[in-house]
Design a protein around this ligand. Structure first.
Ligand SMILES: [Zn+2]
Ligand SMILES: [Zn+2]
Length: 226
């Protein structure tokens, strides 16, 4: 069986990325995570390559023809490992779902046989699993307020997004990540992580308040920022 680049990338891990980038890999990935870009505009998929156009440099990932299991990367501006390549790896590690790289375990039912409701349930479960298993850091804009804006940073990829927590249910909160914009679920792993985390930080009494009585009407209409 031949493996495709997408197969390969869907199983790509942080450790592999560090190894590929060499001794400074960790730093490159973290720095690369700071780049802000539009997946739709700046990512190109070919039959056997992935390309990220950062403006100042273009990074191409492909499989080595002589050893299809190992990944090759090239930057148009640098001859060695660089933060541009770090940006490509950080994106792939962080955005598997929105890049179409999620690999559902084979024992799960094929999506075609499920009802719409089941598909949605599955998609949320997938994100909730990521929220549980990925290391993220949550910073509140106002520590005393539950219904406020949070910055969430992925520990490994260094990518930061903004979560506006406005309610517990799907569709009530917002996240600036590409997955949230695209998935139409009204939630994402960042929102799910934030919800879990604030429930630990705030006591039950506060948690039981509905969003409206906590004076959260403020910045809803200003989010996402123009
Ligand atoms: Zn470079
Ligand atoms: Zn998100």
């Amino acid at each position: 069986m031949t493996i495709t680049l997408k197969d390969r990338l869907s199983h790509f891990t942080y450790r592999e990325a560090c190894k590929l980038l060499g001794p400074e890999g960790e730093r490159f990935i973290r720095q690369g995570g700071k780049y802000d870009f539009d997946i739709g505009e700046q990512v190109t998929w070919g039959e056997d390559f992935f390309r990220l156009n950062l403006g100042e440099a273009t990074v191409t990932l492909s499989l080595k023809p002589e050893n299809p299991k190992s990944l090759d990367f090239a930057c148009s501006q640098c001859s060695e490992s660089c933060e541009h390549a770090g940006a490509a790896f950080s994106l792939i590690l962080e955005e598997k779902l929105s890049l179409g790289l999620s690999a559902p375990p084979p024992e799960k039912q094929p999506v075609e046989s499920l009802s719409d409701e089941e598909v949605i349930k599955l998609a949320i479960e997938e994100r909730s699993e990521r929220a549980k298993n990925e290391k993220m850091q949550l910073k509140s804009m106002n520590r005393h307020e539950l219904w406020t804006d949070y910055t969430i940073t992925s520990h490994f990829s260094g990518k930061s997004y903004r979560v506006a927590l406005r309610g517990w249910k799907e569709g009530e909160s917002y996240c600036s990540c590409p997955d949230f914009r695209k998935n139409t679920l009204g939630t994402c792993k960042h929102i799910l992580y934030t919800i879990d985390e604030v429930k630990k930080r705030f006591n039950q009494k506060v948690v039981n308040y509905p969003a409206a009585s906590c004076g959260a009407s403020n910045s809803l209409k200003n989010f996402p920022p123009p």
